[in-house]
Structures are given as C-alpha cells and as structure tokens.
Design a protein around this ligand. Structure first.
Ligand SMILES: [Ca+2]
Ligand SMILES: [Ca+2]
Ligand SMILES: [Ca+2]
Length: 493
C-alpha cells in the first residue's frame, strides 16, 4: 500500500506544476490490479461498503444470479478472503467510464449558454483487512476520478470539484463491532455514511468524485430490536490540488440514526444537527452562526403482494444567522408491480422541500436537504434539489429480460414558494424573483434510462433526458430546453 500511496503523492505533486500526465495515476491503478492478481481464492465478504447502484431505483438488477454465475464471471472471488497471518484481506473495486453530452446545462446548474461534452473516468480500489473474531476491520479505498475534455476547468470549482480528483483516499477507517461480546462498537476515520434510500443521508456516488465522504467518529450499537449509530463528523472536500483531501472546516454534523428491527418493513428514526460557528451564515436579519436540528423518520416496504411504498419526513429548526429556522422536507412514493411478463412497475412519487414565503420576516423556511444525495432524485439531469421544491413524479419500469431494465420517469417541478429561489444541487440560488410575480412553475423533465447487465459485475447504462422550462424560468431569463445524454460502462468486483 505504501508504494501505491507514494505514487499517489507523486501524482499530486506533478499536478501542482500543471502537468496533466494522466498516465501516472493509471499506472497507480494498474499496479494495484497487478498486486490484486497476485492473490488467491474465495467468496465475497463485507458488502456494506459497496456503492449500491447509484441511479434510478434500487440495485439495477437484483442478482439472485450469484449462484448461477459462470465460473469466469466469478474471477474476482480470487481477490477475497486472502489469508494474511491471522487476518483476511478482501480486495474489490469499481471501474467506471461515462460519456455525457449536456446541452443548456453542466454539472453545476441549468444554463442556456452552456454546452459540455465530457468523458468521466473513475476507478476505485478497496482493501478490507479483517478479523472475524473479534470483529475488527481496517478499510482503505482509493478513488481516482478524471474529466476528459470538459469545458469546465479546475478554477471553475473554487471549492469541491465534483468531476475530477486524482487518486485520493476516499475511505480509510477502522471498525470494531460487538466489542467484548457487548452490543457496542465503533467506526472511526474517513468513511462513507449512507442510510435508507439515500434521500436524507447519501453518498451521491453518481457524481464522479462522490458527494459525501466523512471524517467521522461513530459509535455503533446492535441489539435485537434496534441498530443505533451515533456519530460526529465533517465531510470531505474533493480537490485535485490537495492530497490527501481534507474535510471542510464547517459544518460539523452530529447524527443519531436508529433502525427498528424485526418489522416487516424498514423503519428508521434519525436526528441530525448541522453546526457552523464561523459566523458566516447570512440570514434575512443578519449574519451569524448556523445551528440546525433535523429530526425525522423514513420507512420503506412492500404490502398486499404487489405494492411498495416509501415515506420520509424531516422537520428542521434552529438558528440561521440572525434568523429562526422553520423548514420541512417530505417525500412519499407508492408503486405497483404487475404480475405479468416484463414485470412493469408503475409508481407515483412526490417530494417536497419547503421554501421561504417571506424574504424579510427573519424566519428561514428553506429546507436544506440534510446530507442527502441529489443523484437518485429530482430528475436525472440534476437541475434540482430538495429545497424550495415540489417534485411530482410518475415512473414506469419494465424488465424485458432478467438482464435488462428500462426506466421512464416524468417529473413536474414547481417552486414551493414563488418568492424563494430555484436552488441547484449544490444548494446555491440559481434564479429568484423576490416579488413572486414569476410564479412557481419550473417546468417538466422526462428521463429515459436503460440498464443492461450482460454478466455479473458488469453494467452498461444509457440515458436521455429533456427539461422543458415553465413560466418561472421564462420570466426570469433565458429559457432554452435542456437535453442530456449519457452512456456509462461500469465494472464492479
Ligand atoms: Ca485530492
Ligand atoms: Ca423568511
Ligand atoms: Ca437527480
């Protein structure tokens, strides 16, 4: 590992000189693969860290196929359960290549003047060194992300870079569960933390560098009835000019997440605090600190044979500069899967993130989306976020074969409150009519997506989306329709 890190460090040093030299990092990844191949035997372990498929619904294809997989499809099993003295080592990872064509938007926002065509490459390599008794593991994940031929350059991202960051450490933590036979354990270090459907706490892994990884210390308790995580952490800023990446100094998150077990459905309760004492938070009545409290719950399950549902609710209160926070987020979905060939599933979904109804009353009513991802929700073009938004959605999914899934999703977006802004996925106000005279109608989006998984671990995804602006957009500036296309290849092992 030292050798690999040394290469990484070298790579970041030459970045400072402005030399693109992408090959060095490729070499780093190839070297890692070579090391991996030098290994032997056995089945997959520790799936917790695997990014669940990052778009649309659920795992693209739920593989009950594991047992049926051809021998050659199980090549990566040779990278698992490698004996290292009394320990075991699992090596895994992901290679991903995505071409995107973006018209009237880019990775940052809707922008009628924008046009970008780019190739996104990403490699992730994981090392999980573990002991089964006591249950301890050390986990290291390297992540290399490049954007080839994008119009956006490093200085277009004064802070976090969502598309490019070279061979950095995405995760490095130690975890020890059920210490001394007790229900208690901990997980400390740089880590991915996501829960439930990822709407409230998500890694945002569709983005090339990934939205949320944390420097965090987490206490874990597992009992017969409850799983409890309590943690404090700060999230990581992905920067090509920094190695290793560092956490943002603010905000600090304090979170308790409780999953109720032994139920026929998933039911989770949570509390998240966001604390920023820098004094830079600008409210309607003046500048000050930020301290917000977000209690809520999420439930998801199936009922009556062919139906499924999900429900999320979050309340938000606290102080935003000199203002008082009073905000809410909610989402609900109801789906029906027809028991006929191609298993068509029709679903209606609604998501609501409150907006501010009065820009001068000292009450901050704009919901901030907690620490959720935007990738799976609010349209594939990623023009919207769970803030001052109402997203009315109709979904159709069909499964023509066990290896092919096709999705069609229609969204109708409005602002929640017409005097508040349209917010980007980065929670920046994009357009605002403080008089409210432009109305609330943002427009509609149609997304089509197909996922083909010809063999285990390999996935090809292609998608097209169109956003047709509504009255609010027409009244506040240029209003071209946005079109997006992508083609993605992804191998996990
Ligand atoms: Ca970096
Ligand atoms: Ca207000
Ligand atoms: Ca989205």
């Amino acid at each position: 590992m030292n050798r690999i890190n040394a290469v990484c460090r070298y790579r970041s040093r030459i970045m400072f000189v402005g030399n693109p030299a992408r090959g060095v990092c490729a070499a780093c990844v190839i070297l890692s693969f070579a090391l991996a191949y030098a290994a032997e035997e056995k089945p997959a372990a520790e799936t917790e860290e695997k990014p669940a498929v990052e778009t649309g619904e659920k795992p693209a294809i739920e593989t009950g196929k594991k047992a049926a997989a051809e021998t050659w499809e199980r090549w990566n099993e040779a990278l698992k359960d490698l004996p290292i003295g009394p320990l075991k080592l699992d090596i895994g990872g992901e290679l991903r290549l995505r071409y995107e064509d973006q018209d009237a938007f880019d990775v940052r926002r809707y922008d009628p003047a924008a046009r970008d065509r780019l190739l996104l490459t990403r490699a992730m390599l994981d090392f999980n060194l573990r002991m089964d008794d006591p249950k301890v593991n050390l986990f290291l994940q390297l992540r290399d992300a490049h954007a080839v031929d994008s119009r956006l350059k490093e200085n277009d991202f004064p802070q976090n870079n969502p598309i490019e960051d070279h061979c950095d450490i995405r995760q490095a933590y130690i975890q020890w569960l059920r210490i001394g036979g007790s229900p208690f354990g901990f997980k400390a270090g740089r880590q991915q933390i996501n829960y439930g459907d990822q709407r409230v706490f998500g890694p945002g892994l569709w983005g090339n560098t990934g939205r949320y990884a944390w420097n965090a210390a987490m206490l874990k308790a597992e009992t017969d009835l409850l799983d409890v995580d309590a943690w404090v952490g700060r999230f990581i800023e992905n920067r090509p000019d920094t190695w290793p990446n560092r956490a943002f100094p603010d905000p600090t998150a304090f979170v308790a997440y409780v999953s109720v077990k032994k139920l026929p459905v998933r039911l989770d309760f949570f509390y998240a605090a966001r604390y920023d004492p820098s004094g830079d938070t600008r409210g309607e009545k003046g500048v000050g600190d930020l301290i917000s409290h977000s209690p809520g719950f999420q439930s998801e399950g199936k009922f009556a044979g062919h139906f499924d549902y999900s429900a999320t609710f979050v309340a938000q209160f606290g102080e935003y500069g000199k203002d008082r926070i009073e905000a809410f987020g909610a989402a609900a979905a109801l789906g029906f899967t027809a028991p006929i060939p191609w298993k068509p599933r029709l679903a209606a979904r609604f998501a609501w993130g409150s907006g501010d109804g009065n820009p001068g009353d000292g009450v901050h009513e704009t919901f901030d989306g907690v620490f959720g991802g935007a990738d799976r929700f609010y349209g594939d073009l990623n023009l919207f976020f769970w803030s001052n938004l109402r997203d009315y959605e109709l979904d159709l999914r069909i499964e023509p074969t066990g290896k092919l899934l096709i999705f069609a999703e229609y969204h109708y977006f409005t602002l929640d409150r017409s005097k508040d802004a349209w917010y980007t996925t980065g929670l920046r106000p994009l357009r605002r009519d403080i008089t409210g005279a432009s109305g609330a109608r943002l427009g509609w989006e149609l997304d089509l997506r197909a996922v083909w998984m010809p063999f285990r671990g390999f996935e090809i995804m292609v998608g097209y989306g169109i956003f047709e602006p509504g009255r609010f957009v027409r009244s506040t500036g240029k209003d071209d329709a946005a079109h997006g296309f992508f083609l993605q290849f992804r191998q996990t092992f």
